[in-house]
Design a binder for this molecule. Structure first.
Ligand SMILES: [Zn+2]
Length: 116
């Protein structure tokens, strides 16, 4: 496979955005009209886009994890707080404890903790 073929395969593997004019032109007229320089630009852009999306995914995962952990810590504190004054009524014969609070969905402590 030639270098040009490999680059074209790379672009098709990355599903070059079908809405772009270039993708429409390739679908309609093939790729013969693309110069090697234009092909290099497309490959470079596609790699840059991929790297940017990977970086954003990593950052968003870290942000989501931090938010999730903060929410869990807040719930644990609220459960401790309400447990001092409220009697647990989890009814564990009929309900499972919720992972977020350790109390069942019907328990007053759970309800108080998850209420904003
Ligand atoms: Zn309970």
């Amino acid at each position: 496979m030639s270098t040009r073929e490999r680059k074209l395969k790379f672009l098709s593997d990355f599903r070059l955005d079908i809405r772009t004019g270039v993708a429409k032109m390739i679908l309609q007229y093939g790729e013969g009209w693309l110069t090697d320089e234009q092909l290099d630009d497309l490959v470079r852009d596609e790699i840059a886009n991929w790297k940017r999306s990977q970086r954003m995914n990593r950052e968003n995962r870290a942000r989501a994890k931090a938010l999730h952990e903060a929410r869990r810590a807040e719930l644990r504190e609220k459960v401790q707080y309400f447990s001092r004054t409220m009697q647990c009524n989890c009814d564990l014969d009929n309900w499972q404890p919720e992972p977020s609070t350790g109390h069942s969905f019907v328990c007053r402590i759970h309800k108080a903790a998850v209420t904003p």
